[in-house]
Design a protein around this ligand. Structure first.
Ligand code: BG6
Length: 536
C-alpha cells in the first residue's frame, strides 16, 4: 500500500470544494486522505474517454474532497480547443454519476484546467507542455508531481513516453519520499498482440521504471470486481467450496447492449477479443481463480494473478475451432429498438472511408471453454463470453456447484432440481445472489429453488464511485495493486495470440447472431456435460 499522505496546500492553491460533507457510508472509518499535490496531463484530451469518463471522474474526486489542494488538469491533443474547460463542463454535467453539476466544485476545479494544442510527433509540443507545467507548478502549487494519462491508441504510447523523457518531463524515480514524482497511466489495449506488448514494455522500461508505469484496465477499479477479493478472502465460508471438489463449472459473462458506437476503425483493427477478453474478462477470471495472496500488496496480489494466467491451458491450432466461437451481430432489436448489423454499419461508412475492408472478419462476440491446469481447478470448465449488442447489459460471474450426489427428493422435487449456484453481478444491479432449494410451505415435500440476494444499491445507496475515480486516485498515490504488471499483460496476450492466429489460419467462421439475442447458437456447442449458458 501507499505510504504517501496528504501534503499541506501550498499558498495560492485553492482548496477543492471544502463545503462538501464527508461520505456518510464511511462514518467511523479512517478519513481517506488526499494524495500529494499533482498535475494530471491527459494525452488524447479531445477523445471520447476523456469526455465521458476521465474528466467526470476527476470532477467526482474533487466533489468527494479527494483531490489535493494543489491540483491542475492539462489536456493535450492535436485539435485547437480554446474552450476546453467550458466543453468539459458540459460533459461533466452530462456524464457525471452525481447530478446536477455542483457549480462551486466545478469552478474550483476549472480554475486549474488548461489545454496544450499539439501533435505528439512534434517535439515543440513537449516544449510547450513543459512551459505549461512549470507555470502550473508556480500558480497551482503542483510541486513537479505529474501523472500523465495516455488515452491514445497502442501505437502512440511509446512515441509520447519518448517525448516526455527527451524533454525532461519525466525523470528516474528517487528513493527520497519527498522528491517529486512522474507517473504514466497507459490505456488498454496494451499492444495488439504478444510481440507488440513485449516491444512496448521493453521500450517503456528504457524511459521509465516499472514503478512509474500504470497499465490500466478499468474493470479492476469497479467496486464489484474488487469485492471479488473481499468476498473470497474476507470471509471463511466460501473458500472451502471454491475448488474442483464442489464447483461444477464457472461462467463469466461480459455482455453489452451497445454496438461499437462509431468506433468502427478501432473495431476493425481490434475486435472484441482484444477489446474485452484479453483484459477485462481475463482479469475477472484471475480474481475468481487465484490463490489467496500473502498480503494486500501490489506484487503479492499480482503474483497470484499471473500464476492463474500461467495455468490457463493454451488453446492452439485446430483445437481453437472446438473451444471458441466468434460471432458478429446482424440487424435485430435491442430493447425494442431496431438496430443495424455490424456489416451494415461498415458498409455505410465505406463511402467515406474506402480503406475499410469489404471482407471483414471482425468479431463482436466471442465464447470460449477454458481449463486451468491446477490442483484447485483441474477438470472444471470455465466458460467465458463477451459480446456487443446482446440481449442485456450484464457483467457477472456464475459459480455453478456440483449436482446432488443422491436425489433424496427426486420424486418430490416438482419443477426444479437445479444445483446450487452463486452469481456475482458486477454490473448493473451490482450484488451477489445464492440460489438454493427450499421446501415450499404446505403438506408433504415439494422443493423449489429460491435466491438469497445481496444488492449493493439497497445496502449502500445507488451512487458508488466509478472505476476511473478509484484508479486515478490510486495512481496519484503510487498504489499499483489494481493495475496490470508487465508480465501479467504479456501472459494475457500469450493466451490470446494463438486463438487469433488459428482463427486466421483456419478461416474460422464468424457466426451471425441477431442483435438483441444472447449470441450465436453455435456457442451452445462449447458447453459440455449438459451445461447451458445462463440467460441473466
Ligand atoms: C472498454 C471497451 O474497455 O470497456 C468498450 O473498449 C466497452 O468497448 C467498455 O464498451 C465497457 O466498459 P463498462 O465499464 O461500460 O462495462
Amino acid at each position: 500500500m501507499s505510504t504517501e499522505t496528504a501534503a499541506s496546500a501550498p499558498s495560492g492553491a485553492a482548496p477543492i470544494n471544502s463545503t462538501i460533507p464527508p461520505n456518510p457510508l464511511r462514518e467511523g472509518m479512517p478519513e481517506e486522505t488526499a494524495p500529494r499535490p499533482a498535475a494530471i496531463i491527459i494525452f488524447g484530451a479531445s477523445g471520447d474517454l476523456t469526455r465521458r469518463k476521465l474528466v467526470p471522474a476527476i470532477y467526482n474526486l474533487a466533489l468527494s474532497r479527494l483531490l489535493p489542494q494543489g491540483f491542475a488538469l492539462v489536456g493535450v491533443a492535436r485539435r485547437p480547443k480554446p474552450e476546453f474547460a467550458a466543453e468539459m463542463r458540459e460533459n461533466v454535467a452530462k456524464y457525471s454519476r452525481r447530478k446536477p453539476l455542483n457549480d462551486a466544485a466545478w469552478n474550483e476545479l476549472a480554475a486549474g484546467i488548461s489545454y496544450v494544442q499539439g501533435d505528439h510527433n512534434d517535439p515543440t509540443t513537449f516544449t510547450k507542455l513543459k512551459e505549461e507545467l512549470e507555470r502550473v507548478d508556480k500558480t497551482r502549487g503542483t510541486a513537479g508531481n505529474r501523472l500523465f494519462y495516455l488515452s491514445v491508441g497502442p501505437d502512440e504510447v511509446a512515441k509520447i513516453v519518448r517525448g516526455l523523457k527527451e524533454s525532461g518531463l519525466v525523470v528516474a524515480p528517487s528513493d527520497d519520499p519527498e522528491a517529486s514524482y512522474q507517473r504514466v497511466i497507459v490505456e488498454k489495449p496494451f499492444g495488439t498482440n504478444l510481440a507488440t506488448a513485449k516491444a512496448l514494455n521493453r521500450e517503456l522500461l528504457t524511459y521509465l521504471d516499472e514503478s512509474q508505469i500504470f497499465r490500466i484496465d478499468h474493470y479492476l477499479g469497479k467496486e464489484t470486481v474488487q469485492n471479488l477479493l473481499v468476498f473470497r478472502f474476507g470471509n471463511t465460508i466460501f473458500e472451502p467450496l471454491w475448488s474442483r471438489q464442489h464447483v461444477d463449472h464457472v461462467q463469466i459473462t461480459v455482455a453489452e447492449e451497445i454496438g461499437i458506437e462509431g468506433r468502427i476503425d478501432f473495431y476493425e483493427k481490434i475486435g472484441i477479443t482484444r477489446d474485452i477478453v484479453q483484459n477485462h474478462a481475463l482479469q475477472i477470471l484471475t480474481l475468481v481463480a487465484m490463490e489467496p495472496p500473502s498480503s494486500w500488496d501490489a506484487n503479492a496480489v499480482r503474483d497470484e494473478k499471473v500464476k492463474v494466467l500461467r495455468t490457463l491451458r493454451p488453446i492452439r491450432g485446430k483445437e481453437v475451432l472446438e473451444r471458441t466461437v466468434r460471432g458478429r451481430y446482424a440487424a435485430g432489436t435491442v430493447r425494442g429498438d431496431k438496430v443495424p448489423g455490424y456489416l451494415d454499419e461498415l458498409e455505410a461508412l465505406r463511402a467515406e472511408k474506402p480503406e475499410l475492408s469489404k471482407d471483414s472478419k471482425t468479431e463482436t462476440y466471442v465464447g470460449m471453454r477454458l481449463e486451468l491446469e491446477s490442483w484447485r481447478w483441474g477438470g472444471v470448465p470455465f466458460y467465458l463470453r463477451a459480446g456487443k449488442r446482446l440481449a442485456k447489459r450484464v457483467a457477472e460471474v456464475a459459480i455453478h456447484f456440483k449436482s446432488l450426489p443422491h436425489g433424496l427428493f427426486k420424486d418430490t422435487l416438482g419443477a426444479t432440481n437445479e444445483p446450487n449456484s452463486l452469481v456475482i453481478r458486477i454490473q448493473p444491479d451490482e450484488g451477489i445472489s445464492l440460489r438454493f432449494a427450499t421446501k415450499v410451505p404446505g403438506q408433504g415435500i415439494a422443493v423449489r429453488e429460491v435466491a438469497m440476494d445481496f444488492r449493493y444499491g439497497a445496502e449502500f445507496g445507488a451512487s458508488t464511485p466509478e472505476a476511473y475515480e478509484r484508479l486515478i486516485l490510486d495512481a496519484m498515490r503510487g498504489e499499483a495493486t489494481l493495475f496490470t504488471r508487465a508480465d501479467e499483460v504479456e501472459a494475457q496476450w500469450g493466451f490470446i495470440d494463438p486463438i487469433l492466429a488459428a482463427w486466421e489460419k483456419y478461416e474460422a467462421p464468424v457466426a451471425n447472431y441477431p442483435a438483441g439475442s444472447w449470441g450465436p447458437t453455435e456457442a451452445d456447442g462449447l458447453l459440455v456435460g449438459g451445461d447451458t449458458w445462463r440467460k441473466p
